[in-house]
Write a protein that binds this ligand. Structure first.
Ligand SMILES: C[S@@+](CC[C@H](N)C(=O)[O-])C[C@H]1O[C@@H](n2cnc3c(N)ncnc32)[C@H](O)[C@@H]1O
Length: 576
């Protein structure tokens, strides 16, 4: 078989790797040993990792485990005729494990005749010898079945080489791509691109801010699908929510149908050989007009790449894809979906209640010279609040924690980053998926603060009223509501990050104000802490059936063990 290398279209110089570095007998020996193509590709990836241990992160090189490759190719609907002629694209092919998975899937079928052409894009010249070995093995297997496999390994930048398809799409011209594909499979590279990178500038109509390269792989690949063509990608979940990728999501939802989404629960155990801490999903898209709201999408879950606890369900398209915010909500189960639907019926938001969600203005490294740990200082001081000051539903201060100063000086230099002491709901900005909840909220009551100002550090968000103050019961009711598994469940379905950003909070639907006030009153009376009892109390007031809740016994005690720490207001703080 002849290997062809495409001529350069645009982008960097192609470095041609033109020696076929395998011997047919050797390859055949390996293959008869009952090894599958995906396991073989995995050994090639491992051999490459041993040879090039460094620099893979910068190249976005995280290789797919064989189980995931097999799962991904299992999502394709393969033709039912006995003779097929099809094409496959594998952009960012690495050592070729996804191509191997696709060939494996075909080899398990009893087609009489298969004619397959594969284009594999790979920018890194060092991985090419391993990729060639994998594709050569696929070729041999096909040959043995009397099938035909042709391929091109294209050693160039996939995005820059195909940018013309996206540009013509923007000009609404007919897609000029001559090479379009029936099937596309990819685990694209992922790293943030500079806002001024050529890719970002060329594709600015699809994304904003500082997008991630994987989204550009998705966009170009979708444009390279034949009508009815199918694409399966494993990517980070981050494109499903947030502002950067909103234009992309809208375009995706408006032009394609999404047939499957698989969600990995674990952030750590998906790419088991790799140092990847990222929520990943697998998505299958078909180039047909979008599904109607009453059609169904298959949503599956597993903890990790072993798929040992794999579950799946069918959900209405309308429940997952929301045109208003273009969020893609991925419910873990029917209960999560039911809660999400109840919340979506509420039409209040913080903004409609006259409240704002802001991020703490004290950035420690910028304000370093004004941060003070001891009240003995001669300067005028203001209490400074950090994430660890949120304890249960309270804000406790002072609390000792290494490197977290308790005060910020009160001066003309700091006045613009200090806030008036009034009622605030403080929220941690960073939590991990492994923590019980995404949201940890505490109430600060201005009436109890002995200082004129308060400092809020940048790892906290705060909810406040610009004009006036949030009444105490309302503030307690809101904080209690935010700490429930009801809100947690909603955020888990829309938010792929561990970070709950101010934008997500602004989009959160809120129940009627009278209900929030009632929650506040009851929480005060019953001295509830976040956990099972609070969940039940809030669910009862909001008419949410308790059987929908994942009740957790996580009542939070003051874990500081610091007997001097008090609710901020009750502390006889040395603030002046
Ligand atoms: C996340 S790895 C996945 C490799 C392989 N598909 C797998 O699943 O194991 C992404 C691959 O894309 C390659 N790559 C990165 N940027 C690229 C670009 N702009 N064009 C083509 N390939 C690229 C990297 O060298 C890397 O091998």
């Amino acid at each position: 078989m002849k290997e062809i290398f495409l001529p350069l279209i645009t982008g960097p110089t192609i470095s041609v790797c033109d020696k076929i570095e395998y011997r047919e007998e050797e390859m055949r020996k390996k293959l008869t040993n009952d090894i599958t193509l995906t396991s073989l590709a995995n050994t090639h990836a491992e051999a490459y990792i041993l040879k090039s241990p460094d620099g893979r992160k910068a190249k976005g090189q995280f290789f797919t485990p064989p189980e995931i490759s097999n799962f991904m190719s299992g999502l394709f609907s393969l033709p039912k005729t006995s003779a097929i002629k099809i094409s496959l694209l594998d952009p960012g092919a690495g050592a070729g494990i996804l191509t191997a998975g696709f060939c494996n899937a075909l080899l398990h079928k009893d087609y009489k005749k298969v004619t397959l052409h594969i284009d594999l894009y790979e920018k890194d010249v060092d991985v090419l010898p391993f990729l060639k070995k994998t594709v050569a093995a696929c070729h041999l297997k096909f040959k043995d079945r009397g099938w035909t496999l042709t391929y091109k390994i294209i050693n160039t930048d996939f995005i820059l080489a195909n940018i013309n398809v996206a540009q013509s799409q923007m000009l609404l011209e007919a897609n000029p791509a001559k090479d379009r594909y029936d099937f596309i499979v990819s685990n694209p590279p992922y790293f943030k691109l500079n806002a001024n990178s050529p890719e970002t500038l060329l594709l600015k109509d699809f994304t904003s801010g500082q997008p991630n390269i994987y989204v550009f792989f998705m966009i170009i690949s979708m444009l390279l699908l034949k009508p009815k063509g199918q694409l399966v990608f494993i990517t980070p979940r981050s494109f499903c929510s947030g502002l950067y990728h909103m234009k992309f999501r809208k375009w995706l939802i408006d032009h394609y149908s999404i047939e499957n989404i698989h969600n990995f629960d674990s952030r750590k155990n998906v790419f088991y050989n790799e140092d990847v801490l990222q929520e990943s999903i697998i998505i299958k898209v078909r180039n047909t007009k979008p599904f109607a709201p009453n059609q169904k999408v298959t949503v599956s879950q597993s903890n990790d790449s072993t798929f040992s606890d794999h579950t799946e369900g069918k959900f209405l398209y309308a429940d997952i894809f929301h045109h208003a915010d273009a969020f893609i909500k991925i419910p873990a189960n029917k209960e999560e979906l039911a809660i999400s639907k109840i919340l979506q019926k509420w039409n209040l938001t913080f903004q409609s209640l006259g409240m704002s969600v802001s991020t703490g203005p004290v950035v420690p490294f910028r304000a370093k010279q004004y941060l003070v740990n001891s009240a003995d200082s001669k300067e005028k001081l203001t209490p400074l609040l950090w994430m660890h000051n949120i304890q249960g539903l309270d804000v406790r201060w002072p609390l000792d924690k290494a490197g977290k100063e308790k005060y910020i000086s009160t001066s003309d230099q700091t006045r613009n980053i200090l806030l008036p002491a009034k009622n605030y709901i403080l929220l941690k900005r960073f939590t991990s998926k492994e923590q019980q909840r995404r949201l940890y909220a505490g109430v600060l009551l201005g009436s109890e603060v002995k200082s004129k100002y308060i400092g809020i550090e940048n790892h906290l968000n705060y909810i406040h009223k610009k004009n006036g103050d949030i009444p105490a019961d309302e503030a307690i009711g809101i904080a209690a509501f935010l700490n429930t598994s009801i809100v947690d469940c909603f955020f888990r379905s829309i938010n792929g990050n561990t970070q709950v950003n101010a934008g997500d909070l602004r989009a959160l639907p809120l129940p009627p104000l009278a209900k929030l006030q009632e929650i506040g009153r009851q929480v005060r009376l019953q001295k509830c802490l976040p956990g099972k009892a609070l969940d039940i109390l809030v669910a009862r007031i909001l008419d949410i059936p308790a059987n929908l809740l994942h009740l957790k016994d996580d009542n939070e005690k003051d874990k500081t063990g610091d007997t001097d720490s008090k609710r901020l207001g009750a502390a006889t703080c040395a603030a002046k």
